[in-house]
Design a protein around this ligand. Structure first.
Ligand code: CP
Ligand code: NVA
Length: 316
């Protein structure tokens, strides 16, 4: 068994899951993201924010799975906060040859100020954080994607105002992104109706952890989207899923098309974390149509993660 870290320093502020954060913290993160975005409107993307809260700080990013948005948005975020990033694919590290996670966490804790990790197994991120003296950020696991949902909630607020009191429909796979949407529903006061096939319910433990969130599950997408303020979906086959054919046939009736969107509120927006598969979980008409906010959503990964990074270092 790995001995615990004994640095004597205060426990690091890890960002592992939204259900671990209380309402004031979640609200403060969203407010910080909005504030930072507004403060640098029109600036070149590489210009450092006036307060540079990550000056002299280094973030390590470790990827066990592919990434475009998470990789680039964290790198851009750290630079805008005045810090630097070191990026590695786990397969190129000794991790890929079986070096224990705990040893890796301890080594990186001596070399960098924070670690973002995208992992196949959620429990590995938890173990990494346990052993790390530096803050650890969950950059997606099989169970959750908290950075994505923070950016999504920020995007909703830009288009529709505060998330409190809103009702969101999640259509399709009750996956990692869906779980994080559920996790913040209680503290932030929005409701989520999930429409998914019977075999693809979101993790019921995640539901239990949602902390008083208004969460309903149905198998009828028409019911879920009726009057919703925002409609979310995601790929039917996430990274690591093996049952491609079974999924494609189970999810067929859960495609978000224009007819389904027309049942949502007139002001409803469409969100997708990307990458998307046009013609599978969503039609081209919807994802490239006027209700879609997917590129605001992608950009907001930078602003939301800047809030997370600043929070990890006590600046929020
Ligand atoms: N949405 C998201 O996390 O995208 P990447 O897999 O490209 O990082
Ligand atoms: N649910 C998807 C999200 C990708 C950003 C996956 O895990 O592959």
């Amino acid at each position: 068994m790995t001995p615990p870290i004994t640095t004597g320093a205060a426990a690091p502020r890890h960002f592992l899951d939204l259900w671990r954060l209380d309402a004031p913290t979640l609200r403060a993160l969203l407010d910080e993201a909005h504030r930072r975005k507004a403060a640098r409107r029109g600036w070149p993307k590489g210009k450092v924010d006036a307060d540079a809260p990550l000056k002299d700080r280094v973030l390590a990013m470790v990827f066990e799975k592919n990434s475009t948005r998470t990789r680039f948005s964290f790198d851009a975020a750290v630079r805008q906060l005045g810090g630097a990033a070191i990026i590695a694919n786990a397969g190129d590290m000794q991790l890929g040859r079986g070096e224990p996670l705990e040893d890796t966490a301890r080594v990186l804790s001596r070399m960098v100020d924070a670690v973002m990790i995208r992992a196949n197994r959620h429990e590995d991120v938890e173990r990494f954080a346990q052993a790390s003296a530096a803050p650890v950020i969950n950059g997606l696991t099989d169970k959750s994607h908290p950075c994505q949902i923070l950016a999504d909630l920020m995007t909703v607020e830009e288009h529709l105002g505060p998330v409190a009191g809103k009702r969101f429909a999640w259509v399709g796979d009750g996956n990692n992104v869906c779980a994080s949407l559920i996790h913040a529903s209680g503290p932030l006061g929005y409701a989520v109706t999930i429409a998914c096939p019977p075999d693809y319910h979101p993790d019921l433990i995640d539901l239990a952890r949602a902390g008083g969130g208004k969460v309903e599950v149905t198998h009828d997408p028409k019911l879920a989207v009726l009057g919703a303020d925002a409609v979310f979906t995601d790929t039917w086959v996430s990274m690591g899923d093996q049952d491609y054919d079974a999924r494609l046939s189970a999810f067929g009736p859960y495609q978000v098309d224009a007819t389904l969107m027309s049942r949502a509120a007139e002001h409803a927006i469409f969100l997708h974390c990307l990458p998307a598969h046009r013609g599978e979980e969503v039609t081209e008409a919807v994802i490239d149509g006027p209700q879609s906010v997917i590129f605001d959503e992608a950009e907001n990964r930078i602003h939301a993660q800047k809030a997370v990074l600043a929070w990890c270092f006590g600046a929020v």
